[in-house]
Design a protein around this ligand. Structure first.
Ligand SMILES: C[S@@+](CC[C@H](N)C(=O)[O-])C[C@H]1O[C@@H](n2cnc3c(N)ncnc32)[C@H](O)[C@@H]1O
Length: 227
C-alpha cells in the first residue's frame, strides 16, 4: 500500500468528518449544495481541473459514475449534454446530486440513481461518454469500508476499478469515450494491469501537478481506448 496516499486520504477524510450538517460551497463560479457524508469537491484541487478538462459531448449523452455532490453531472448538462445519468452507491450522494441538478435547473436532463457502478442502468442503455473521479486509494482486498465517506476515498483491492473497466465497454455507443480522473496517489500499475485484462489501453488526456500538504500531487484525466 502507498503510505503517502494513505496519509493524504486520511487528512482529507478527517476534514470531511468535520462536516456534520448541510452547507454550500463555491466551485466553478457557482454555489453548490453539500450534504454530510458526501465527498466535498471544493476541498480537493483536482475538482476544478477535471471539470474544465472533460471534453463534454455537446448534445450527446454523459454518464457519471460516483457523482458525489453531482457538480460534474450538472456541469455536463449546463455545458450542453442532452442526457446525463448520474450514479452513486451512496444514498446521500444520490440525494446531493438531485439537489444540485434542481438548484441549477437541469433536473429534467440529469437522471440520478443510487446503486453499484452500472447496475442501475437499463439493459440497453449506452452513452457517448462515461466518466468517474474514482476513490483511487488502494486498500487491502476484502477490507470492509467503514461507511460511505470511507468508500469515497478507498477501493479495497481495486474491485470498483475492476468493475468500471469490465463493465464500461457494454455501456458505450460505438466511438463512445471512457474517462477516469486519477492521481499519482493511486496504483497506476494496477490500473494498467486491469485495463489490459479488459481490452483497454490508456492515454493521458490532460495532466497537472499541484502543491498539497503532502507534497506535489500529479492529477491526470485518463482516456481508455480499445487495445
Ligand atoms: C472521489 S469521490 C468523487 C465524487 C464526485 N464525482 C466528485 O468528483 O466530487 C468517488 C465517488 O465514487 C462513489 N463510488 C465508489 N464506488 C462506487 C461504486 N461501486 N458504484 C457507484 N459509486 C461508487 C463514492 O460513493 C464517491 O461518491
Amino acid at each position: 500500500m502507498n503510505t503517502r496516499a494513505q496519509e493524504a486520504a486520511g487528512n482529507l477524510l478527517a476534514r470531511h468528518r468535520e462536516i456534520t450538517g448541510p452547507r454550500t460551497f463555491r466551485l466553478l463560479g457557482l454555489e453548490w449544495d453539500l450534504l454530510p457524508g458526501v465527498y466535498a469537491p471544493h476541498l480537493a484541487q483536482s475538482s476544478a481541473l477535471y471539470a474544465e478538462w472533460i471534453p463534454y459531448p455537446l448534445f450527446g449523452s454523459f454518464c457519471e459514475v460516483g457523482s458525489g455532490t453531482g457538480y460534474i453531472a450538472v456541469t455536463a448538462a449546463l455545458r450542453g449534454c442532452a442526457e446525463v445519468a448520474a450514479i452513486d452507491m451512496s444514498r446521500a450522494a444520490a440525494d446531493n446530486t438531485r439537489r444540485n441538478a434542481e438548484r441549477h435547473g437541469v433536473a429534467d436532463r440529469v437522471r440520478v440513481s443510487c446503486g453499484d457502478m452500472f447496475e442501475p442502468l437499463g439493459g440497453d442503455e449506452r452513452f457517448d461518454m462515461i466518466y468517474w473521479n474514482s476513490n483511487f486509494v488502494e486498500a487491502p482486498a476484502g477490507e470492509a469500508s467503514a461507511d460511505d465517506l470511507d468508500r469515497a476515498f478507498f477501493d479495497p483491492g481495486y474491485a470498483a476499478h475492476e468493475a468500471y473497466l469490465a463493465g464500461a465497454a457494454a455501456r458505450l455507443h460505438p466511438g463512445g469515450r471512457l474517462l477516469l480522473g486519477f492521481t499519482d496517489l493511486g496504483n497506476a500499475s494496477l490500473i494498467d494491469e486491469i485495463a489490459v485484462r479488459h481490452g483497454w489501453r490508456q492515454v493521458t488526456l490532460r495532466a497537472a501537478e499541484c502543491l498539497a500538504p503532502q507534497g506535489r500531487i500529479n492529477y491526470r484525466l485518463i482516456e481508455f481506448l480499445r487495445a
